[in-house]
Design a protein around this ligand. Structure first.
Ligand code: FES
Length: 169
């Protein structure tokens, strides 16, 4: 019997596609350590829900992975890639940590705030962009940098930022 069948709560909330995605993560860990798949599972569910997690979805993940809901909440609130409220279509994650700061992330942030009319933690009224401040993303060699979706954009300048924004539909 599949895990899906034995978890009626999770299976009524999670889509078939999300369950398949979580099952993929589960194949990477021993069957008695399902909780190890929690980060991947949360990403799968978040992407399927337009970029953010509801309590109901986190509870479903906990149920699916047979772990306490509080342990799932702890992961979702600790790591910056998870969102607990709706975000725009494009989430602009700007690193302001030391290397990026020394190489001009403040100018990038100021430019984005001016162009989009929002501050960190906010979403444009057309729901197209969310601006988010993040810690070092491990791409210090390309500072200043930002992440949009799965892509890193490095050696940013205000001009380069404009080109990137123009390409986002
Ligand atoms: S400090 Fe920005 S990527 Fe490391």
């Amino acid at each position: 019997m599949s895990t899906r069948m034995s978890k009626p709560n999770a299976s009524t909330i999670l889509s078939e596609e999300s369950c398949t995605g979580i099952d993929h993560w589960l194949t990477k860990y021993p069957s008695n350590q399902k909780q190890s798949a929690v980060m991947g599972a949360l990403m799968v569910v978040q992407e399927a829900n337009g970029g953010w997690l509801t309590t109901e979805l986190m509870d479903a993940v906990a149920d699916y992975l047979e772990m306490p809901p509080i342990a799932v909440y702890e992961v979702a609130t600790f790591y910056s890639m998870y969102e607990l409220k709706p975000v725009g279509k494009h989430k602009l994650c700007v690193c302001t940590n030391v290397s990026c700061m020394l190489r001009g992330s403040e100018d990038i942030v100021a430019h984005l705030e001016k162009e989009l009319g929002i501050k960190f933690g906010e979403t444009t009224s057309d729901k197209k962009f969310t601006l988010k401040e993040v810690e070092c993303l491990g791409a210090c060699g390309g500072a200043p940098m930002m992440q949009i979706g799965r892509e890193y954009h490095e050696n940013l300048t205000p001009e380069k930022m404009d080109e990137i924004l123009a390409k986002l539909d």
